[in-house]
Write a protein that binds this ligand. Structure first.
Ligand code: CAA
Length: 303
C-alpha cells in the first residue's frame, strides 16, 4: 500500500484539471498533466500561469515559487507515459459515466499496482467507477470546487470498497494542499451537489414560473443569504450541462421527483446555452469584460 505521495497525474486539463494541477504543483508535488490534445495542455499551462500571476500580484506567491511550481508540471498526450510513475492519479475528465469508466479501465491496466486512483466526479458513484478496476480498495473520490486554487473544500468520497488507509492518506494529503477535506459516503450527488443542485434547480424553476427575473433572483440570494454568487450566475459558472447531468444522477439515483431538472434547464442545454463557457446562459459573457449582463432571453422587464 502506498504510504507517501510524490508523483501525481491529473487526467484532463480543463477548468478543474488545470486548477488541480495548479494546487498540487504549488504544494511541491511532481505533476503530470494528461489530455488528448497538446493544444488543450498548452492552454491549461497558460491558464495556470495567469492564475498564479494573480497570487503573485497580491503577494501570496513569490515569482520564484511560481516558476518552481510551473517547473514541476510536465504535460502528456499518452496515458501510459503520463501514469507510469504515478503514486496518485486524479481523473478530472468531463462528467460522463461511460467516459469515466473507460478511463478507469485504462488506468487500472496502466498504473503501478500501488497507485491510488481518485476521481474528481461531482456526482457519479465511486463504487461504480471502482467496479471496473481490480483495486476497489484504492479508488476514492476527491471532489475539488471551482475555482480550485481559491476554494478550500475537498469532498473526499469513500466507495464501498475504499480502504480506511487510503481515505486517511488522501485526507492528510488534502490538508497538505492547504485544503479542508470532509469525508462523505458514496450516494448520488454525495453532499455538496445533493444540496447545491436542488437550490440551483429551484432558482431556475422560479425564473421559469415568472416569479422574478434573473437579476432579482440572484440579488435576493446574494444579498439576502450572503452567497458570493446568485444561484443562476453560479449555474452559468459551473456549466448548465454539468448542472443538468448532476441533476439527472440525483433524479435517477434517488428516484425522488423533487430532483427532476427544470424544463428550462433542459431546453437551454439542448439549445447550446451552457453558461460562461459557451458565452451565454442566464447571462451573456463578453471576453475581457467582468460586467454581469442578463441574457437578452431574460432581460425583458414586465413590471
Ligand atoms: N486562481 C487563482 N485565484 C483566483 C482564481 C483562480 N482561478 N479565481 C479567482 N481568484 C482570486 C482572485 O485573484 C481574488 O483574489 P483576492 O481577493 O485575494 O484579490 C479572489 O479569488 C476573488 O476573485 P475576483 O475578485 O476575481 O472575483 P470575486 O470576488 O467575484 O470572486 C469567486 C470570484 C471566488 C469565484 C466568488 O465569486 C465565489 O466564491 N463564487 C462561488 C464559487 C463556488 O460556489 N464554487 C463552487 C462551485 S460548485 C463546484 O465547483 C463543484 C461541483 O461539483 C459543481
Amino acid at each position: 500500500m502506498q504510504t507517501t505521495i510524490t508523483n501525481v497525474t491529473v487526467i484532463g486539463s480543463g477548468t478543474m484539471g488545470n486548477g488541480i494541477c495548479h494546487v498540487f504543483a504549488q504544494s511541491g508535488f511532481n505533476v503530470s498533466m494528461m489530455d488528448i490534445k497538446q493544444e488543450a495542455l498548452d492552454r491549461a499551462i497558460a491558464t495556470i500561469g495567469k492564475n498564479m500571476d494573480r497570487q503573485v500580484a497580491k503577494g501570496s506567491l513569490s515569482e520564484e515559487a511560481k516558476q518552481q511550481a510551473l517547473g514541476r508540471i510536465a504535460t502528456f498526450t499518452d496515458m501510459a507515459e503520463a501514469v507510469k510513475n504515478a503514486d496518485l492519479v486524479v481523473e478530472a475528465a468531463t462528467e460522463n459515466v461511460d467516459l469515466k469508466l473507460n478511463i478507469f479501465r485504462q488506468l487500472d491496466a496502466l498504473c503501478p499496482a500501488d497507485c491510488i486512483l481518485a476521481s474528481n466526479t461531482s456526482s457519479i458513484s465511486i463504487t461504480k467507477i471502482a467496479s471496473v478496476t481490480k483495486r476497489a480498495d484504492k479508488v476514492i473520490g476527491m471532489h475539488f470546487m471551482n475555482p480550485v486554487p481559491v476554494m478550500k473544500l475537498v469532498e473526499v468520497i469513500n466507495g464501498y470498497g475504499t480502504s480506511a488507509a487510503v481515505t486517511r492518506l488522501i485526507y492528510d494529503m488534502s490538508e497538505k494542499l492547504g485544503k479542508v477535506p470532509c469525508v462523505a459516503n458514496d450516494y448520488p450527488g454525495f453532499v455538496a451537489n445533493r444540496i447545491l443542485m436542488p437550490m440551483i434547480n429551484e432558482a431556475i424553476i422560479t425564473l421559469q414560473e415568472g416569479v422574478a427575473g434573473v437579476a432579482e433572483i440572484d440579488t435576493i440570494m446574494k444579498l439576502g443569504m450572503a452567497h458570493p454568487m446568485g444561484p443562476l450566475q453560479l449555474a452559468d459558472f459551473i456549466g448548465l450541462d454539468t448542472c443538468l447531468s448532476i441533476l439527472n444522477v440525483l433524479h435517477s439515483g434517488i428516484g425522488n421527483p423533487k430532483y427532476a431538472p427544470a424544463t428550462l434547464l433542459v431546453n437551454m442545454v439542448q439549445a447550446g446555452y451552457l453558461g460562461a463557457k459557451s458565452g451565454e446562459g442566464f447571462y451573456k459573457y463578453t471576453a475581457g469584460s467582468k460586467d454581469l449582463v442578463v441574457s437578452p432571453m431574460f432581460s425583458k422587464k414586465e413590471w
